[in-house]
Design a protein around this ligand. Structure first.
Ligand code: PHE
Length: 330
């Protein structure tokens, strides 16, 4: 009896206690074996023997129940400890995205021209020589082709070096008048602080009857556009060269960092170059079969605008995908 109780008390888990239960109380258990002796006990002693057995059984049952309760309690406590959730602790906050500064700037540019009734056109990034160069008055072996370091495919195809081929595609598909912009990615073999092999441009083209589109129109619209983008800056048109425009100009704004006094960003000139533009060269109209029209065109780099607006020093950081950069634009 004593050692049976001992067995129960030594069980240190519900699992081992269950084994003890089968051993003692089971159908083929020790107690069952004791009770089966009853039939061999002579009549007069039967009652006392049975009473003794029942008393022992009841005592063992109590010990067992107590042990069971204790082990059960221990198990529950262990579980509670292991599976505890402290609902008062801070959780990990979900990371919230933001529109990339380049796309945000692009949208702002597009919005400006859409409000002026410009259509938004697009073209393929994999271009051919005709659309990217030839039709833009850049014949083969023209030295100005070197202005744009081109990625070529083996079959003579190329990655467009500017959005100007969309001018050609739009003119070939539609009749004048045209008032369009073409936002999109362009590609050049270039990589440093201010150049990445892929960047974005927005092209603009306006074509109408001869004499209806002048340099004065171009000047006034771009001046207003730059004031919308950069606020109260001085705007200056500087003579330049592009094969597809004549005359051509580059447009500068007074440096927004030093207000024209001269600093590192503007190379101490007080001016920042932000646009290329000009009156569409007659050879371009000839290439697309347009007659008796006049037009102006312009092109700008979206990353350059975004960097100036947000004062981002290294262009490459716009493409590294570091969430810490984007978080600043939420
Ligand atoms: N395509 C020119 C460039 O990429 C920009 C430009 C477009 C200039 C239209 C004049 C007119 O540099």
């Amino acid at each position: 009896m004593k050692n049976l109780e001992e067995k129960i008390i030594q069980a240190d888990s519900l699992e081992s206690l269950e084994k003890v239960r089968v051993e003692l109380f089971g159908k083929k258990g020790l107690l069952a074996a004791e009770f089966s002796k009853l039939k061999n006990i002579p009549g007069p002693e039967k009652k006392a023997f049975a009473e003794g057995l029942n008393k022992n059984k009841a005592a063992l049952q109590t010990t067992f129940d107590d042990r069971y309760e204790l082990l059960k309690q221990e198990e529950i406590e262990k579980m509670l400890k292991e599976e505890a959730i402290d609902v008062s602790l801070y959780g990990t906050l979900a990371q919230k995205g933001a529109l990339h500064p380049v796309m945000e700037t692009m949208d702002k540019i597009i919005d400006y021209f859409v409000a002026l009734n410009f259509s938004v056109e697009s073209g393929p990034m994999v271009e051919d020589d005709f659309h990217n160069f030839e039709a833009l008055n850049l014949p083969k072996f023209h030295p100005a082709r070197d202005m744009q370091d081109t990625f070529y495919f083996n079959d003579g195809g190329l990655l467009r070096t500017h959005t100007s081929p969309v001018q050609i595609r739009t003119m070939l598909e539609t009749k004048p008048p045209i008032r369009m912009i073409a936002p999109g990615s362009v590609f050049r073999r270039d990589y440093d602080l201010t150049h990445t092999p892929m960047f974005h441009q927005v092209e603009g083209l306006v074509v109408d009857e001869k004499g209806k589109v002048s340099f004065a129109n171009l000047k006034s619209i771009l001046t207003d556009f730059l004031h919308t983008m950069f606020g109260d800056v001085d705007v200056r048109f500087r003579p330049s060269f592009f094969p597809f425009t004549e005359p051509s100009a580059e447009v500068d704004i007074s440096c927004i960092f030093c207000e024209g006094k001269g600093c590192r960003v503007c190379s101490h000139t007080g001016w920042l170059e932000v646009l290329g533009c000009g009156i569409v060269d007659p050879n371009v109209f000839k290439a697309v079969g347009y007659e008796d029209v006049s037009g102006y065109a312009f092109g700008l780099g979206v990353e350059r605008f975004a960097m100036l607006i947000h004062q981002i020093p290294d262009l490459r950081s716009l493409f590294e995908g570091d969430i810490r950069l984007l978080e600043q634009f939420r």
